[in-house]
Every structure is written in C-alpha cells, then in structure tokens.
Write a protein that binds this ligand. Structure first.
Ligand code: ADP
Ligand code: MG
Length: 224
C-alpha cells in the first residue's frame, strides 16, 4: 500500500542544509501496524509528515495506493490527505469551543462534497472509543486519554486507508497510554493500517512491526 524509495528531505537553515531524511526505502502493506522508533532528531516526524502528504520529499518516490504522490499538484495532494489519511497528534489538537461530537465532525469542513451518514458514523465512532456519554462535552472537560480517543475518532471519520499518529501517548500517563495503544491494536485487528511514531521502546513493542530510524535512514526493520 505504501512504497517509499530513496526518500530524502533536506531542510535548509541559514545556508546550512540539514538532511532530515537521507534515503529511506520502506514498504508497508495494507492492514499492517508499524511503529517507527528512533532517538530524537532521527527523522521520525519528517518521515510521518511525508507519509501523510503534509510535506513533500526533496528526492525519491512515494506511491500510496494508486497515487504517485510526487506528481500530484497541491489540490490533488490535499484531497488525498483529507480523504485517505487520518492524523493523530501528541497534543490532540481538539478545538476548545466545539463539543466532542463537533470536533469529530471537523474533517467534513474540508470536504467538497457532502458525506452522507457522517453524523451517525461520528456517534458510532465515539461509542466505539468509549465516549458515548461525552459527546456534548467540551474537550477540556475530558481527561487526556479521553481527548486522545476523541482525536482518534475524528481521524477515522472519513474512513482513511491510513491512520498516522505522531507520539500519540506522549502526553499521557502510562495507564492511559496503554488504553490508547490498546485502541490502536483493536483498530489494526479490524483491518486498519496504522503507522505510529514513538521514541519510547515500550510503546513501539506493542506494534507487530518496528522500524528504527537513525540519522534519517532506516537503521533496522523487524519486518512483517
Ligand atoms: P524526530 O521526530 O525523530 O525527533 P525530526 O523528523 O523532527 O526528528 O527531525 C529530523 C531532523 O531534521 C532534526 O535534525 C531536526 O532538527 C531537523 N528538522 C526537522 N524539522 C525541521 C525544520 N522545519 N527546519 C529545519 N530543520 C528541521
Ligand atoms: Mg518528532
């Protein structure tokens, strides 16, 4: 489903070039659950941003399902990102003035066409992540773990082919983190493709496949 070949991403800062990714080859099949690990600065977030079409590589090829990502224009890229990819972030990124249900429905704002049944599906997802009785709450009335569950429901609203998470348990205590990781594992069992970034080896071990980054390259891949 995901084919990365020779992916490089170089940042230039004050005339100096920083190779955040220096030739990444990575293939991920449909339905896999992969943890990307590595020390701080090893290129994990840059890789996730490329995977999520939030950033374009400086070199290399990226194929996601049928799309040759490098050749897409900005509109096609944002359409792909919106419809095929769900994102979960360390700091949840929920909007404080909206209810939990409204937050889960936010991806609709970026859809050009109506999405029939979206509100029913949002309620179903919130039930699934254990927030059936919190839909009318504001995000700040929820615990951190509940906020992350709401963010996961939001990421799933448009039935993305690929669910990406960057340090999703970074702001959670260990018990809550374990619950959230259990939810990712459950989604994977139901066939969702999940790629998660973490610097924490214990978090990475929960995924069936670990890919370790070092200096912008894949240093070790436990394989499928
Ligand atoms: P990780 O997520 O593994 O901590 P990153 O992908 O964030 O690593 O960063 C990889 C390297 O690229 C680091 O050296 C970082 O300083 C650099 N980097 C990341 N983002 C930027 C940016 N926007 N501008 C310049 N350098 C960056
Ligand atoms: Mg990072």
């Amino acid at each position: 489903m995901i084919h990365l070949e020779g992916i490089a991403r170089t940042y230039s800062v004050e005339g100096q070039s920083i190779p955040a990714l220096a030739g990444v080859d990575l293939h991920i099949g449909r339905g896999e659950h992969v943890a990307i690990t590595g020390a701080s600065g090893s290129g994990k977030s840059t890789l996730l941003n490329v995977l999520g079409c939030l950033d374009r590589p400086s070199a290399g090829s990226y194929r996601l399902e049928d799309a040759d990502v490098a050749t897409l224009d900005d509109d096609a890229l944002s359409e792909l990102r919106n419809r095929r990819i769900g994102f979960v972030f360390q700091s949840f990124h929920l909007l404080p003035r909206l209810s939990v249900l409204e937050n889960v429905l936010l991806p609709l704002r970026y859809c050009l066409d109506p999405v029939p049944g979206a509100e029913d599906y949002a309620r179903e997802l919130l039930g699934r992540v254990g927030l059936a009785d919190r839909m009318a709450h504001r995000p700040q009335q929820l615990s951190g773990g509940q906020q992350q569950r709401a963010a996961i429901a939001r990421a799933l609203l448009l039935k993305p082919a690929l669910l990406l998470a960057d340090e999703p348990t970074g702001n959670l205590d260990s018990k809550t983190a374990a619950d959230v990781l259990g939810l990712f594992a459950e989604l994977h069992r139901d066939g969702q493709t999940v790629v998660l970034v973490t610097h924490d080896p214990d978090v990475a071990e929960r995924a069936p496949r670990q890919v370790r980054m070092r200096d912008g390259k894949v240093d070790h891949d436990s394989g499928r």
